[in-house]
Design a protein around this ligand. Structure first.
Ligand code: ADE
Ligand code: ZN
Length: 342
């Protein structure tokens, strides 16, 4: 199918209603906000200007990024900090026409700094309610666990979350993948599923293809965050195609963290054309040089992604979301109308 339009790719893409399924709220902490919160909360950082912070966005691998990411999150202390962090991202959603966002929040990051679940959730909820009321923003929260911690700590956090269960649609698993295999969290996933949470987990980003298998078979997850290493295992590829297991792929993240040497090496369009349910996402946009639209633009620029491919990727995001079937149909219809009008 050839999509005819007078608009540039960028204009055309911006006008489409989109969903984002893989986004860590701490990964949206912009340098100016980091510095102003550090000053307000009297937290010492090794940076004093925005330029110095941004100069540190050079990563060799996932761990080198995580070190900066956790340092950044240490400036979040009171309710208004969490409100501003969430509101900054939701305003980006409005600007980029991201009508539905599934956002990972990681309470285990803040707990060592004395931040309670209540403080965090009050700030996040206030921003989300405002965005829902002011421009109809749709948001679903994912309670994301840190896999470098032990499973008992994660089970304790799951218990603390009981009082906020209605705020979360799913659980997820993030942080250092190497040496922290999915099987370490089998009890956590079983407990969360029995409480009615839906499920996703990071796998096959830096870790091997068998971490994707184990996430599916041991943790029973519904979708996989990243998953780009699936190409190393033909049986896995066939399984992902047959079962239409969604992969939430993050192109700019993958090149910034050296999962691929450069964007021209990225496999997302190959996976799409083989029939996998792949989606485009931004992961940690403040650190990786772009939000959702910029992730699409880089694929257009470096992999010659066509409008037809981009449209399929946007459709996939609604299909792979944790929305109910009625909302999926409604958003897919809005997308189809917007694509026809463009
Ligand atoms: N936490 C934030 N970004 C992450 C990523 N790309 N992989 C694993 N954990 C993360
Ligand atoms: Zn991620």
């Amino acid at each position: 199918m050839q999509i005819e339009s007078q608009k540039t790719f960028s204009e055309w893409l911006s006008d489409l209603p989109k969903a984002e399924l893989h986004l860590h709220i701490d990964g949206t902490l912009q340098a100016h906000r980091l510095l102003s919160l550090a000053k307000k909360n009297d937290i010492a950082l090794p940076y004093s200007t925005q330029e110095q912070v941004e100069a540190a966005y050079q990563f060799e691998n996932l761990q080198s990024f995580l070190d900066l990411y956790y340092l950044g999150a240490s400036v979040l202390i009171d309710e208004s900090d969490f409100y501003h962090l969430m509101m900054d991202y939701l305003l980006k959603c409005k600007e980029q026409n991201i009508v539905h966002a599934e956002i990972m929040i990681e309470p285990q990051t803040y707990a060592p700094n004395g931040v309670s679940f209540v403080t965090m959730m009050r700030g996040f909820d206030r921003a989300i309610e405002q965005a829902q009321q002011e421009w109809g923003q749709s948001v679903a929260l994912i309670l994301s666990f840190l896999r470098h911690l032990d499973e008992d700590q994660c089970l304790e956090t799951l218990e603390q979350a009981r009082a906020f269960k209605q705020s979360f649609v799913a659980i997820g698993l993030a942080s250092a993948e190497r040496d922290n295999p999915p099987a370490k969290f089998a009890r956590l996933y079983r407990a969360a599923q029995s409480q009615g949470y839906r499920t996703t987990a990071h796998a096959g980003e830096e870790g091997p293809a068998n971490f994707i298998w184990d996430s599916l078979r041991v943790l029973n997850v519904e979708r996989i965050d990243h998953g780009v290493r699936c190409v190393d295992d033909t049986a896995l590829l066939n399984h992902l195609i047959k079962q239409q297991v969604a992969l939430t792929v993050c192109p700019l993240s993958n090149t910034k963290l050296c999962v691929f040497d450069d964007m021209s090496q990225h496999n997302i369009l190959d996976l799409l054309d083989r029939g996998l349910l792949v989606t485009v996402n931004s992961d940690d946009p403040a650190y990786f040089g772009g939000y959702l639209n910029e992730n699409f633009l880089t694929l257009h620029e470096h992999l010659s992604m066509t409008r037809e491919q981009a449209l399929r990727l946007v459709e996939n995001s609604f299909k792979a979301s944790f929305l109910n079937d009625g909302d999926k149909v409604r958003y897919l219809e809005e997308l189809s109308q917007a694509a026809k009008a463009s």
